[in-house]
Design a protein around this ligand. Sequence first.
Ligand SMILES: C[S@@+](CC[C@H](N)C(=O)[O-])C[C@H]1O[C@@H](n2cnc3c(N)ncnc32)[C@H](O)[C@@H]1O
Length: 274
Amino acid sequence: MLKIEKNTVQETLIVPLYGRKMCAEKFPDLYADRSAKLLCESLDYDFSAQEAKKDTFFYEFGALEAAMRQLDMMWEINDYLKRHPNAAVVNLGCGLDQTGRACDNGACKIVNIDFPDIMAIREQLIPAGEREANIAADLKDHAWMDKVDGTQGAIFFAAGVFHYFKTEEVKELVLTLSERFVGGRLIFDTVGKLGLKLMMSKTLKHMGIEDIDGFFYVQNPAQALNWSEKIQVSSRGYMLGYFDMKRKGIRPAHRILAKVGDRWMKMAVNRMEF
Ligand SMILES: C[S@@+](CC[C@H](N)C(=O)[O-])C[C@H]1O[C@@H](n2cnc3c(N)ncnc32)[C@H](O)[C@@H]1O
């Protein structure tokens, strides 16, 4: 069994992983992938807190958040691969997420990047396959970019990762990517100021971060992400911008909360074309 330490940035991978497991169990019409369940079973991690809450309305909503985010990312990756079938599909802060494989068209190159301790666990549970590379790195040290072959296109995606970055750190990463991977695309999710306060501050506190000043949030993507005239920015609602969530088992109240999330918490999925 592989241990995930409590109260670390790395532990944040548990939330979306468990969310995807729950979603596959509760809402299989929306999200059918059972791999998260197998991964949860392979980890030495006490899931009792999650198990105790799993039938509550808000916890179910959290699971839907994890699934919708992955479905949104997959939509974008599949769209990019239509025109760049041999591109690199790069999962930034991958945790134990297998979106790259879920979008594998038989020709693309899959790259997964996370901190060394997470990649050591990932290597054991999900060893890199053919056309796949696992890179152990801190995303803030841009040296990892040397290892990505973007000659036939590159789509980068960061799911639930930039909330742990300062705005300046995201900007530096984005500008470097845009210079080095012209023709590439970056997809990432954001929340607004209220979303950061209500949804992220507790997680950051658990990691010993009391002061959330300077952490990345986006109120208005077109304005806030206007970092370079060479980058085209567009964005959609995170919960309902790609799919309407009208599926068996999803309650009308979940969809209402999804609207609140997109409209008031400014939950968004942003696309940058380099
Ligand atoms: C909320 S988890 C999301 C994991 C995955 N993207 C998913 O959707 O399941 C955040 C992930 O980002 C990784 N991460 C955060 N900051 C990072 C950094 N500076 N460099 C590399 N990975 C980082 C964490 O280790 C963790 O695996």
